[in-house]
Write a protein that binds this ligand. Structure first.
Ligand code: ACO
Length: 320
């Protein structure tokens, strides 16, 4: 039986680290206490002007390829999850492919906002298990700072920039054990960037808009539901999960999800305090952090979870 197994992970954060106090210094009408109490966020990294998602993706990919002992030429599938692509087209995956010097791999973007990485990993698994592809590069990369309204303190303090990558390869050893993806477009109004390009102009609103309380309630409900669904598919009790890596949006959402899963916070990887919400990059950034600091070890069971605009949500249960 062919499994899709994680061969390497990598991530990259732009060097510019911006604390809550730095935001106040920049003129945002907020304070550290409000942000920490409501969200758990203490800092985020912001890309320099002109630094693109494909550039962040390239750095994260190089690290993941190194850990996998692979070169760009070995990759036959590239999927980039992003809502902040470099261009309308071509895809950020094709731009990343050119930067890596890979030729001929299938390359495309996935747009599922903060669930994007979990969507992309699930798609890559299906390519690999079908036998058509052997080694995939799956990336979540975002420059959300570009779509924030810096005069809207209810949203601009929440997000950051970054990228995370995974090399997923065909293996006879277990890897991804179960996946579950969902969407319900009826909820598109509670989190969106409701603008587009037309005739050389932005039509509508180019900034992220959110009903925070509606998003909060929705996220807590579906993250717990989809994690349970994934456990049932894999015939594994939630207590057997070694590490839970939920989308890093807000510490209160993460804590509520862990509680509903019956998991102690010691089993939850948290990076939202240092990264903020990096949308599609949040899960692979957290995965990479916990692999590189030695918490996640080979053979352990890891649950990845995403939820985001659309609304979209999903989970991947894997044996690392
Ligand atoms: N600093 C200081 N005060 C603020 C700030 C800020 N940055 N933002 C809002 N406030 C004020 C408001 O103006 C309001 O003041 P008022 O009572 O005088 O009118 C007060 O704080 C309460 O505002 P609410 O929006 O009601 O605050 P709430 O308790 O709902 O917290 C938050 C807002 C943190 C966004 C919360 O709703 C939340 O965590 N929602 C989840 C959303 C989320 O995490 N989204 C991430 C993207 S979605 C995703 O990734 C799935």
């Amino acid at each position: 039986m062919t499994f899709a197994r994680v061969a390497g992970v990598g991530s990259f954060l732009p060097p510019n680290r911006v604390s809550n106090a730095d935001l106040v210094d920049r003129g945002v009408d907020t304070n550290d206490e409000w942000i920490v109490t409501r969200t758990g966020i203490r800092a985020r990294h912001l890309a320099e002007a002109g630094q693109t998602s494909s550039e962040l993706a390239f750095e994260a990919s190089r690290r993941a390829l190194d850990m996998a002992g692979a070169t760009a030429d070995d990759i036959d599938l590239i999927i980039v999850a992003t809502s902040t692509p470099d261009f309308v087209f071509p895809s950020t995956a094709c731009l990343l492919q050119a930067k890596l010097g890979n030729k001929g791999a299938v390359a495309f973007d996935v747009q599922a906002v903060c669930s994007g990485f979990v969507y992309a990993l699930t798609i890559a698994e299906k390519f690999i298990r079908s036998g058509s592809h052997k080694k995939a590069l799956v990336v979540g990369a975002e420059v959300f700072s570009r779509i924030l309204d810096w005069n809207d303190r209810g949203t601009c303090v929440l997000f950051g920039d970054g990228a995370g990558a995974v090399v997923l390869e065909a293996s006879e050893r277990p890897g991804l054990l179960a996946t579950a993806l969902h969407a319900d477009g009826a909820h598109h109004g509670i989190l969106s960037v409701p603008g587009n390009l037309c005739g050389g102009k932005v039509i509508g609103d180019p900034f992220l808009r959110m009903d925070g309380q509606a998003v909060f309630k929705f996220a807590v409900r579906v993250l717990a539901d989809v994690a349970h669904e994934c456990c049932e598919l894999a015939k594994l009790a939630p207590a057997a999960i070694d590490w839970l890596i939920p989308h890093q949006a807000n510490i209160r959402i993460i804590e509520a999800t862990a509680k509903k899963m019956g998991l102690p916070m010691e089993k939850v990887v948290v990076t939202v305090d240092q990264h903020g919400n990096t949308s599609a990059a949040s899960v692979p950034l957290a995965l990479d952090a916990a692999v590189r600091d030695g918490r996640i070890r080979r053979g352990q069971k890891v649950m990845l979870e995403g939820v985001g605009g659309g609304f979209t949500w999903g989970a991947v249960l894997l044996e690392f």
